[in-house]
Design a protein. Structure first.
Length: 271
């Protein structure tokens, strides 16, 4: 497939972690891949991925980045909204400004990219949008409340967009990963003021989560799933990709009484 006929995809948050793995994977599958990130250098080629400087927190930066892709490639067929970060800490301990910053990237960042790209996708006669959610967007996770809230919001946006964009041939889907090895742990922000009444429980939670992170797989299954969705003319609304125990637990959320599910999750996370 030549560069002029290859399908064109934008992957945000493509300088590290799941976004980087997705971008590299798609570049080996005859996609023309543009990888966006705050620290990306415009025009640099990295492992077959054309880099684009883009800060999803900044509307002007998003609009410039999308316009540059369309100028360079002539089209835009798909988006993978992956840019985001995680935050841990008790809801009571989380400053409002920190919560706003989280939503600015995880939710409004994806919204900005969708709004900037939709006109080009409609002009193409269709395309795909994949939003990167989380298992924490299926069930509220203790000491991860604001991150969970941002991913719940993204899930709602995804489901609503599916109705609105379908007449234009644009298919929207949500990927909900569990634990995978990535730089998200190193970049995670924490709200844990000294002397917090939640400190003991929070430390137990962190210890248990560290043990899960140590055995987490690398993110190649997420990249393979994203490729599958982009090749599906009618993808489902939501896809879970996670370790078997995590898949089972969050599947139970749909069929067990809430109190029972809460007890199972609390035992699993030692809270």
């Amino acid at each position: 497939m030549t560069e002029t006929t290859a399908r064109v995809v934008l992957v945000t948050g493509a300088t590290s972690g799941i976004g980087l793995i997705c971008a590299r994977h798609l570049a080996t599958r005859e996609w023309r891949v543009f990888g966006a990130g705050r620290r990306a250098r415009d025009g640099e080629m990295v492992d077959g991925v054309e880099m684009v400087t883009m800060d999803v927190d900044d509307a002007a930066s998003v609009e410039r980045g999308v316009a540059d892709i369309i100028r360079r490639a002539g089209r835009l067929d798909a988006i993978v909204n992956n840019a985001g970060f995680s935050m841990r800490g008790a809801v009571e301990d989380t400053p409002i400004e920190a919560a706003k910053a989280l939503f600015e990237t995880n939710f409004f960042g994806a919204l900005r990219v969708c709004q900037a790209a939709m006109p080009a996708m409609r002009a193409n006669g269709g395309g795909h949008i994949v939003n990167m959610g989380s298992l924490a967007g299926i069930a509220g996770v203790p000491f991860t409340g604001l991150y969970s809230a941002s991913k719940f919001a993204l899930a709602g946006l995804t489901e609503s967009m599916r109705y609105e964009t379908r007449p234009f041939g644009v298919r929207v889907a949500l990927v909900e990963p569990g634990d995978f090895k990535s730089e998200i742990d190193a970049k995670r922000r924490t709200a844990a003021p000294a002397g917090s009444v939640y400190q003991v429980a929070f430390e137990r939670f962190l210890a248990r989560r560290s043990r899960y992170a140590a055995v987490a797989p690398t993110p190649e299954p997420v990249a393979a799933l994203v490729e599958q969705i982009l090749n599906d003319p009618d993808p489902k609304a939501r896809y879970v990709v996670a370790m078997p125990k995590q898949r089972l637990l969050f599947a139970l959320k749909r069929i067990t009484p809430q109190k029972l599910f809460e007890a199972l999750l609390a035992r699993l996370l030692d809270v």
